[in-house]
Design a protein around this ligand. Structure first.
Ligand SMILES: NC(=O)c1ccc[n+]([C@@H]2O[C@H](COP(=O)([O-])OP(=O)(O)OC[C@H]3O[C@@H](n4cnc5c(N)ncnc54)[C@H](OP(=O)(O)O)[C@@H]3O)[C@@H](O)[C@H]2O)c1
Length: 306
C-alpha cells in the first residue's frame, strides 16, 4: 500500500479508503473480517456518515472496535453529518455538534480524526458552522474538517469564517461519472460536455491542496448499479478487460487505477463489503496506467474529446 501525507494535517493515510455505507446489514463478525482485511491490506482510513444504515453502519463498526480496541490507534476515522433523511440539510451549530456526539457514541470512540459536512445546506450560516467546528476541535472530538459535494465558492464561504482549513472534498467520480473532468477537457466547446456544473471544483481543490475523495468508484449511478460487467457499458468493459489481462488484475482494479493515475492525488473510497472485491480493488495501488491507457478508458465510456 502506498501512503501520502494528507495536506494540512499530520496524518499519513493510505491511497485508498474503505467506505462503510453498505455494512449496515452485515453481521459484526462479517464487518470485523472486512475491517481486519482492510487493515492487513494497508488501508488505514475508514469513511462513515451518521446516516449510513440509519446509524447502523457506525454502530456495527463501533462493536468491532469494542471487540478489538487495539485497532483504533491504527485507524483514521472520518464521519459526516448534516443530511437529515427525508431530504433536508442542517448546518446549524446545534445539529452539527449533536450529530458528532451521537456518531462518537455509536462508533465507541472518543474522537474522530475528520468530520465532513455531507451535502450543502441552502440555509448555511457559515458563522454558525465555524462555531461548531471550534467547539468540536477544542473539546478534542474532531481534529480536522472537510466537506462533501461542495462547490469552490461554498468552500470559500465557509473558509471566510472558520480558521480550520477545509482539507477534503468528497465527490462522486468514476470513469463513467467524470463531470468534473469532462468540462475542463471540452472547454469553450458548444456541446453539453463543456458545461461547468461544479464551479471548476477539480482545479480549485488542486490549487488549495484539498484532497478529493472519489465516491461510487465502480458505480454508474444509483439506478444502474455498477458499470462492471454491465452490458450498457460494453465498450468500457472491453477496454477494462484488455488492461486487466495485461496487468493481471480485475476490471475493478483498472477502474480504481484510473482515478489513482490522476495527478491530483485523490483518495478513492472503496464501497465494497466483499473481502474478495476489496483485495481485487486494492491491487489498483500497484498499477500506474499510461497516459494512453487513461485516455482509452475515458473514450471507451462514450465521451468525446475535441
Ligand atoms: N459523500 C457522499 O455523498 C457519498 C455518497 C455515496 C457513497 N459515499 C461513500 O463512498 C463509499 C463508496 O460508495 P459506493 O458503495 O456507492 O461505491 P462503489 O465502491 O462504487 O460500490 C458500489 C457497488 O459496487 C460493488 N463493487 C465494489 N467493488 C467491487 C469490485 N471490486 N468488484 C465487483 N463489484 C464491486 C459493491 O458491491 P459488493 O459489496 O458486492 O462488492 C457495491 O455495491 C461509501 O461506502 C461511502 O463511504 C459517499
Amino acid at each position: 500500500m502506498e501512503y501520502f501525507d494528507l495536506p494540512h494535517t499530520d496524518l499519513k493515510v493510505s491511497r485508498v479508503a474503505l467506505g462503510c455505507m453498505r455494512i449496515a446489514n452485515k453481521s459484526v463478525e462479517e464487518v470485523e473480517e472486512l475491517v481486519k482485511t482492510a487493515l492487513d491490506e494497508g488501508i488505514n482510513f475508514f469513511d462513515h456518515a451518521d446516516i449510513y444504515g440509519g446509524g447502523k453502519s457506525e454502530e456495527i463498526f463501533g462493536q468491532v472496535l469494542s471487540r478489538n480496541p487495539e485497532l483504533r490507534k491504527q485507524m483514521v476515522i472520518q464521519t459526516k453529518c448534516a443530511i437529515i433523511p427525508g431530504k433536508r440539510y442542517d448546518f446549524s451549530k446545534e445539529h452539527i455538534i449533536n450529530s458528532v456526539y451521537a456518531s462518537l457514541e455509536r462508533l465507541q470512540t472518543d474522537h474522530v480524526e475528520i468530520l465532513l459536512l455531507h451535502r450543502p445546506d441552502a440555509l448555511c450560516d457559515p458563522k454558525e458552522v465555524a462555531e461548531a467546528f471550534d467547539e468540536l476541535y477544542e473539546s478534542g472530538k474532531v481534529k480536522y474538517f472537510g466537506v462533501s459535494n461542495h462547490t469552490p465558492f461554498q468552500i470559500e464561504l465557509l473558509q471566510k469564517y472558520t480558521k480550520h482549513p477545509i482539507i477534503i472534498n468528497q465527490l462522486q467520480l468514476s470513469i463513467v461519472h467524470s463531470v468534473m473532468i469532462d468540462a475542463g477537457l471540452n472547454m469553450n466547446m458548444k456541446e453539453n460536455w463543456a458545461q461547468d456544473k461544479d464551479g471548476g471544483v477539480l482545479d480549485y481543490c488542486r490549487l488549495k491542496d484539498i484532497t478529493i475523495q472519489p465516491w461510487s468508484v465502480v458505480q454508474a449511478s444509483w439506478a444502474e448499479g455498477t458499470f462492471l460487467d454491465n452490458p450498457d457499458y460494453l465498450k468500457l468493459n472491453n477496454v477494462m478487460q484488455r488492461l486487466a489481462d495485461e496487468y493481471h488484475v480485475t476490471k475493478s482494479a483498472i477502474a480504481i487505477a484510473w482515478l489513482l493515475r490522476h495527478p491530483a492525488c485523490m483518495q478513492p473510497i472503496l464501497g465494497t463489503t466483499s473481502i474478495k472485491h476489496l483485495r481485487e480493488s486494492v491491487a489498483a495501488c500497484n498499477i500506474k496506467l499510461t497516459r494512453q491507457e487513461w485516455y482509452d478508458l475515458y473514450l471507451a465510456s462514450d465521451k468525446p474529446l475535441p
